[in-house]
Write a protein that binds this ligand. Structure first.
Ligand SMILES: *Cc1c(COP(=O)(O)O)cnc(C)c1O
Length: 460
């Protein structure tokens, strides 16, 4: 190859920003399991969901249309940073000494620093259109809270963010960013909700969890007399739908590169950035005979896909949310303090779980020290500081690249770099000081997940 002439970045123009989101449920061989109401124990009705979400998002949640139009105001705002670059990681390939071709889609280019802005904008848009005055949400590491803060600012709505106590105390900069965009942040568990007060009564020093923060944000919306609605940054089908812009662009960019991926990799917390890059490629597998492998990478500390039960569970700790069928570690799961806050959720997107169960998607779990090692090697080769969440995808790419090296294959690897790590430097510092520990979720806990799940009687 002529190294003076080789192309690094595969750029699209604004015209190439997708005009429609892609809905995997049009092509998936998996029938979605019913979503159960925590109140009635029967399948949830659109009216029950209407307390939480505007009707447009509820309809997207259950839609089987293959393509759904992106509203023009949302597409207009996507132009702030989309299309995102697809970059060939030549220097990273060289550092690994692999014959594999490694490409990454860089979602850290968004104003809020991650892929979360792709769904924050449409969620704020549909809420505004439906007359919501304010939204509530939770955030773990703060990526989702930052994205929705900015989106609510753009659509002139207030936002209440329940931020997991541990992050609120240890990572104040994300909170300052959210406040800069005009949001109101509260450490969760808080005394503002009955769910928060119950947790604090049992444990005044609770460091919180995403499940608890979701309970609080949902309760704040449910008890607002219809003035506030709730937004979730992952897990739900409409969120995965909005993220499909990542994979649709990546397909076009791989076309520009003149290659087609053998494997597409993403990290999974709730499953949205992985679904975003993977589902358009899965469509090509299902409809056009391609055979790309789709690899989800999760932490060994929160191994919901690889070790969780595939069963019905709540999305939150207090049992406020609908009950969905997913791979779960149990809604009362309290994660180990790993430095990838965005991956510390007890469940996983039901759509993704169905496809994993059907064998259409692969998953692996990785401990955090080798994740940081891969992230640092990537930063030193490509110059981009990855979020610790995204470094799970990088580690997945390294495993594939080294396997390709051993087999002498020019494997084409594409991974999603879901966000930058500029707010995670204290975690890097801990890594450099050898303060990071690997955690594996204990087998004894996995064995008792079943006892923690709600009893669900399915309609016949
Ligand atoms: C939130 C987040 C994740 C995990 O969420 P998914 O829904 O699985 O994508 C991954 N990476 C970054 C940068 C995040 O902010």
């Amino acid at each position: 190859m002529n190294h003076n002439n080789r192309q690094n970045r595969f750029m699209l123009s604004e015209n190439d920003i997708p005009k429609q989101w892609y809905n995997i449920n049009a092509d998936s061989p998996v029938t979605p399991a019913p979503v159960i109401s925590p109140q009635s124990g029967a399948p949830v009705t659109p009216d029950e969901l209407g307390v939480l979400f505007p009707m447009d998002l509820i309809l997207q949640e259950i839609s089987t249309e293959r393509y759904i139009d992106i509203p023009e105001p949302v597409r207009e705002l996507y132009k702030l940073w989309r299309p995102t670059p697809l970059i060939r990681a030549y220097r990273f390939e060289k550092a690994l000494g692999t014959p594999a071709h490694i490409y990454f889609k860089y979602e850290g280019d968004s104003p809020s620093g991650s892929h979360k802005f792709n769904t924050a904008l449409p969620q704020a848009f549909y809420n505004k259109q439906a007359g919501s005055k304010a939204m509530t949400t939770e955030t773990g590491a703060g990526q989702w809270g930052s994205a929705l803060s900015m989106a609510c600012q753009f659509f002139d709505m207030d936002l209440e963010v329940y931020m997991v106590r541990a992050s609120y105390d240890q990572k104040p900069y994300r909170r300052f960013l959210m406040e800069t965009y005009g949001a109101h942040c509260f450490a969760s568990p808080s005394d503002r909700t009955a769910s928060g007060r119950a947790i604090l009564a049992a444990d005044p020093d609770s460091s919180g969890s995403l499940g608890i923060a979701i309970s609080e944000a949902v309760e704040a919306a449910v008890t607002s007399n219809g003035t506030k609605k709730y937004g979730l940054g992952s897990v739900l089908h409409h969120v995965l739908l909005h993220q499909s812009v990542i994979g649709e662009e990546a397909l076009k960019q791989m076309d520009l590169a003149g290659e087609y991926p053998d494997v597409v990799i993403g990290c999974v917390g709730g499953g949205s950035n992985f679904a975003g890059i993977a589902f358009p490629f899965l469509r090509e597998n299902l409809r056009n005979g391609q055979r790309t492998r789709l690899l989800a990478v999760e932490p060994t500390a929160t191994p919901s896909l690889t070790r969780g039960l595939y069963d019905f569970d709540y999305g939150d700790t207090s049992g406020m949310t609908p009950i969905v069928k997913m791979h779960t570690l149990g809604h009362d799961f309290v994660p180990a303090p790993i430095h990838a806050g965005g991956l510390r959720y007890h469940g996983m997107a039901p759509t993704l779980c169905g496809l994993y169960d059907a064998g259409l998607i692969e998953a692996i779990a990785i401990p955090q020290v080798e994740v940081f090692e891969a992230g640092v090697l990537f930063a030193r080769s490509e110059g981009i500081l990855p979020a610790p969440e995204s470094s799970h995808a990088i580690r997945g790419a390294v495993i594939e690249a080294l396997d390709a090296k051993q087999k002498g294959e020019e494997r084409v690897i594409v991974f999603n770099l879901s966000g930058h790590g500029h707010f995670d430097l204290s975690a890097y510092n801990a890594y450099f000081n050898n303060q990071l520990e690997d955690y594996a979720y204990p087998e004894a806990n996995v064995a008792t997940i079943k006892d923690h799940l709600p009893r669900v009687t399915l309609p016949v």
